[in-house]
Design a protein around this ligand. Structure first.
Ligand SMILES: [Zn+2]
Length: 129
């Protein structure tokens, strides 16, 4: 992902604290270049879900930019940067990188996972320009 996207993910997660923040990332060639902060309709500190109409609108905009979905992110205001059982169960985008931002410590920790069914594997995150 770009440095700008990285910084804006963390900014959005801090802004929503103590609630969970969530959003989508799009780009080309596997590089996330655009961040789409989404509304957490649960307004909860321990869960998130996105509004289907907002998702539809954002996917149209991603198409218009000739980008594709690269990742999905959300924050864990007080928990570590690891998918919860609900995260694993309700992941609708198994092809996208699954980013979790933990705000449990002073310095935010961001980790990316590949999640399919019950399979969780940590991926490395590369920051470009
Ligand atoms: Zn979670």
């Amino acid at each position: 992902m770009t440095k700008n996207v990285w910084q804006r993910i963390i900014f959005h997660c801090k802004e929503e604290f103590p609630l969970e923040a969530c959003g989508l990332l799009s780009g080309k060639n596997g590089i996330a270049e655009t961040i789409w902060p989404m509304e957490n309709v649960n307004r909860s500190p321990i869960s998130f879900s996105m509004d289907l109409d907002q998702i539809r609108r954002v996917f149209e905009l991603i198409d218009k930019k000739h980008e594709s979905l690269i990742g999905i992110y959300h924050s864990h205001p007080t928990a570590e940067a690891y998918p919860s059982l609900q995260d694993i169960e309700y992941n609708n985008y198994p092809e996208a990188g699954y980013l979790i931002v933990s705000l449990a410590k002073q310095t935010p920790i961001v980790k990316c996972f590949q999640m399919k069914a019950n399979y969780v594997k940590q991926l490395s995150i590369k920051i470009v320009h």
